[in-house]
Design a protein around this ligand. Structure first.
Ligand code: FES
Length: 117
């Protein structure tokens, strides 16, 4: 039997993610179902102003997922892995945030922005 998510009421809080910026400050951001993680970060003004828009050309959307969350987010595809391999600094849970589509079951996701390369 598959568990059903209860209908959202106006009193419920919106799905959020926790982001540590490049200065170590942590922010809690509201997220929108179906948006790329990069778009959510960009629209909240958390770095990533000069991205390629998700075309896997810039890697400026590089983030490091919390270890627990790295297992719960869909894995990277071959193109993302190849682009990640081009980065000078790669971490165990590095991802390109333009390749992660937000779904509300990711609420609570923790990540930090990688330093600019
Ligand atoms: S936005 Fe350019 S690779 Fe992700």
């Amino acid at each position: 039997m598959v568990a059903q998510r209860p209908a959202q009421s106006p009193q419920q809080t919106l799905p959020t993610l926790h982001v540590e910026d490049r200065h170590g400050a942590v922010q809690e951001l509201e997220a929108v179902e179906g948006w790329r993680l990069m778009e959510i970060l960009r629209d909240h003004g958390v770095g990533m102003d000069n991205t390629c828009g998700g075309a896997l050309a810039c890697a400026e959307c590089h983030v490091i997922l919390d270890a627990e969350w790295a297992r719960r987010v869909p894995p990277p595809n071959e193109e993302e892995i190849e682009k990640l391999d081009e980065l000078p600094m790669l971490y165990e849970h590095s991802r390109l945030s333009c390749q992660i589509i937000w779904s509300d079951d990711m609420s609570g996701l923790r990540l930090k922005l990688a330093q600019e390369t």
